[in-house]
Ligand binder design. Structure first.
Ligand code: SGN
Ligand code: CA
Length: 523
C-alpha cells in the first residue's frame, strides 16, 4: 500500500480522480491514496485500570487488547473535562469546552450542532457516516447519514432508541444494550453505500452506572474477590479540603436499591434510599427477571442475614460494585470482537482505522470512590488504542501526552482533509510516523465546570506535565501540587513544601501559558 504525505494529500484532494469502486485517487506525486474507513468505538466511563493492554490486575479484555497488539496504544491519553457530554463535544470539535460551548452535563444547554465537527467534514468530503448508541448532547446529531441513539443515558435492558423522527417515536429493542448497539452498527455497515469510504461511531452506554450486566455474564468473577486498589480507604487528608465533601464514596454513596441490586429497602440503608427502585429490573421481561433474580436474590438474602459492618461493609460494597462493572466490560469486549471479526470477514481490516476510547476514566475504588470528574489520574485518563495497518507497526507503545481535542484533527488529516484553524488539538499523524518523536506538547490543560452537582465535586482547572500536576480549586481553597513520580496514588499535596517551590512556580507559569494559548476567559 502506498504511503502519502499530508501536503501531497491535500493537493490530491483538489485533484480528485476516482478510480473504479475502490475510491482510490492519485496524489500530485502519482501515488495512490485509498481513503481509510474509520470505526470509532467509544464507551462510557471505561477506566484503563480495567483494560488488559494497560496492565489491568482485575480483568481480561482480549478483543480490545487485539488493537494494541495489531496496532498501537497511547499510554498517556487524557480528557480535558472529565464528564460525558463535554468530552464528547471535544472529540467532535477538536476544541476545549469554552470554545465548543458545551461545558457541563447539568443545566439545560444543548450542543450547538451547527458548528464544525469532524463527522460533518467527512460527510461533506464524500464519506458515509453513521452514529449508534449513546450521544448525550441533547440536540439531535448532525453530520451523520444515519444515526440511532438512546435518550440521555439510555437503559441496559430492552433499550429505547430514537432517530430524527424524535423521542416521541422511540423504537424499543428486546435484549441487552451493548449487543443491540453493535447490531445496529454492523447492520448499517452491511447495507452501506459500498462506493464510499465510511465513518462508523459505535458508542456504547456500558460500563456506565448502574452497571447492569448482561444475563450471560452474571456469574463472571463469582469465584474469588477482585483485588482492591491501594487507596480504597483513603481518608482525603493532606489535600484540598474539598475532597472530603465528595458524594461518590463506595462507603457512603452507593445505593442499595439502585447500584447494588436490592429490590426492597435494606434496614441499614440511608432514609433517602427508600424512595428509589433499581431501574433495570422493571424493564425486563419475566424471563429476564427470573435469570436476574436467580443470581442476585440468594446473594442479597445472605447479605441481609448477617450484614457486614465497618471496613468489611466497604469491602463488600466494593466487590458488588466492581464485579458488576467488570461484567459490563465483558460484554463490551465481546462486542469489540464482533466488530473486528466483521472487518476481517469482509476484507476491511487493512484499510480501516479502528479506535477504542471512552469519554473519560473512572474510579474503581481508588480514593474510596466510584465516578469521575476530578483531575486525578483515574478519571483524567481516557483509553486510546488505534489500529491502522498502513501507518502503525503492530505492538507500538506511545508515551506522548494525547488529549481528546486531538481526535478530530487526527481523523481529518488521516483522510486527507485540511485541519480547520479553529481546532485546538493537534493531529497525531507525526507521532504515528515517528513514535519516538519528542516534538509534542509537554503539558496539557484541564477544566471541569460543574460545581458541587450530583457527586459534590467543585469546579477546578489545572495543568498536567509528564511528572507534575497542578490543580487549581479556584472557587474553594486554592492550589494543589502533585508529584506523580513519588506519589503515583496522589495522596499528598506538596504545594506548601519548600523543596517544590521552584516546581510550583513553573507549573503556575505553564497554567498561565496554556490559559493564554487556548484563549480562556477569566474565572
Ligand atoms: C448519572 C449518574 C451519575 C453520573 C452522571 C454523569 N447517576 O447522573 O452517577 O456521574 O450520570 O455520567 S445515575 O444513578 O443516574 O446513573 S456521564 O457519564 O453521563 O458523565
Ligand atoms: Ca461518561
Amino acid at each position: 500500500m502506498a504511503r502519502f504525505s499530508i501536503p501531497n494529500c491535500v493537493t490530491c484532494l483538489r485533484l480528485v480522480c476516482w478510480v473504479g469502486l475502490e475510491l482510490s485517487f492519485l496524489s500530485a506525486r502519482g501515488e495512490e491514496f485509498r481513503r481509510p474507513n474509520i470505526v470509532f468505538i467509544f464507551t462510557d466511563d471505561h477506566a484503563i485500570q480495567s483494560i488488559g493492554a494497560y496492565g489491568s490486575k482485575i480483568n481480561k479484555t482480549p478483543h480490545i487488547d487485539r488493537l494494541a497488539r495489531e496496532g498501537g496504544i497511547f499510554l498517556n491519553s487524557f480528557c480535558g473535562n472529565s464528564i460525558c457530554g463535554p468530552s464528547r463535544a471535544s472529540v467532535l470539535t477538536g476544541k476545549h469546552s469554552h470554545k465548543n460551548g458545551f461545558y457541563t452535563n447539568s443545566g439545560g444547554a444543548e450542543f450547538d450542532g451547527t458548528q464544525m465537527t469532524f463527522p460533518k467534514l467527512l460527510q461533506e468530503a464524500g464519506y458515509s457516516t453513521a452514529l449508534v448508541g449513546k450521544w448525550h448532547l441533547k440536540s439531535n446529531p448532525t453530520g451523520f447519514d444515519y444515526w440511532e441513539v438512546v435518550p440521555g443515558q439510555g437503559s441496559y435492558y430492552n433499550p429505547d432508541f430514537y432517530t430524527s423522527t424524535g423521542q416521541d417515536k422511540m423504537q424499543r429493542y428486546e435484549g441487552y444494550i451493548t449487543d443491540i448497539t453493535t447490531d445496529l452498527g454492523l447492520q448499517w455497515l452491511e447495507g452501506r453505500d459500498q462506493d464510499k469510504p465510511f465513518l462508523l461511531m459505535c458508542q456504547q452506554k456500558a460500563p456506565h452506572r448502574t452497571w447492569a450486566p448482561n444475563l450471560k455474564h452474571l456469574y463472571n468473577y463469582d469465584d474469588a474477590p477482585v483485588p482492591e486498589p491501594d487507596s480504597l480507604f483513603d481518608d482525603w487528608t493532606g489535600r484540598s479540603q474539598t475532597l472530603a465533601g465528595n458524594a461518590m464514596s463506595i462507603r457512603d454513596h452507593l445505593i442499595y436499591q439502585w447500584d447494588m441490586k436490592f429490590q426492597e429497602r435494606v434496614p441499614i440503608a440511608n432514609d433517602f434510599e427508600s424512595r428509589l427502585r433499581e431501574p433495570e429490573r422493571p424493564r425486563m421481561t419475566p424471563k429476564q427477571q427470573a435469570v436476574w433474580d436467580a443470581y442476585y436474590e440468594p446473594r442479597n438474602a445472605a447479605f441481609l442475614a448477617s450484614p457486614p459492618a465497618g471496613v468489611d461493609l466497604v469491602r463488600w460494597k466494593y466487590q458488588r460494585y466492581i464485579k458488576n462493572y467488570l461484567r459490563c466490560i465483558d460484554s463490551v469486549d465481546e462486542n469489540v470482537g464482533r466488530i473486528l471479526s466483521y472487518l476481517d470477514e469482509n476484507g476491511l481490516s487493512e484499510n480501516t482505522i479502528v479506535i477504542y476510547s471512552s469519554d473519560q476514566g473512572f474510579y474503581l475504588g481508588e480514593h474510596g470512590w466510584y465516578d469521575k470528574r476530578w483531575m486525578y489520574e483515574e478519571s483524567l485518563r481516557m483509553p486510546f488504542l488505534i489500529r491502522w495497518p498502513e501507518k502503525i507497526q503492530p505492538g507500538t507503545r506511545f508515551d506522548q501526552l494525547l488529549q481528546n481535542i486531538d481526535y478530530a484533527p487526527t481523523l481529518l488529516e488521516a483522510v486527507g482533509l485540511e485541519v480547520p484553524e479553529e481546532i485546538q488539538g493537534a493531529s497525531i499523524l507525526p507521532i504515528l510516523e515517528d513514535p519516538d518523536t519528542d516534538d509534542w506538547r509537554k503539558y496539557l490543560y484541564y477544566h471541569y465546570y460543574e460545581h458541587l452537582t450530583e457527586h459534590g465535586v467543585p469546579r477546578h482547572e489545572g495543568v498536567r506535565g509528564e511528572r507534575f500536576k497542578l490543580i487549581n480549586f479556584y472557587s474553594n481553597d486554592g492550589l494543589e501540587l502533585i508529584d506523580l513520580k513519588t506519589d503515583p496514588n496522589e495522596l499528598r499535596d506538596v504545594s506548601g513544601v519548600r523543596e517544590y517551590a521552584g516546581v510550583l512556580e513553573e507549573m503556575k507559569t505553564q497554567l498561565k501559558r496554556l490559559r493564554d494559548k487556548y484563549d480562556l476567559p477569566s474565572h
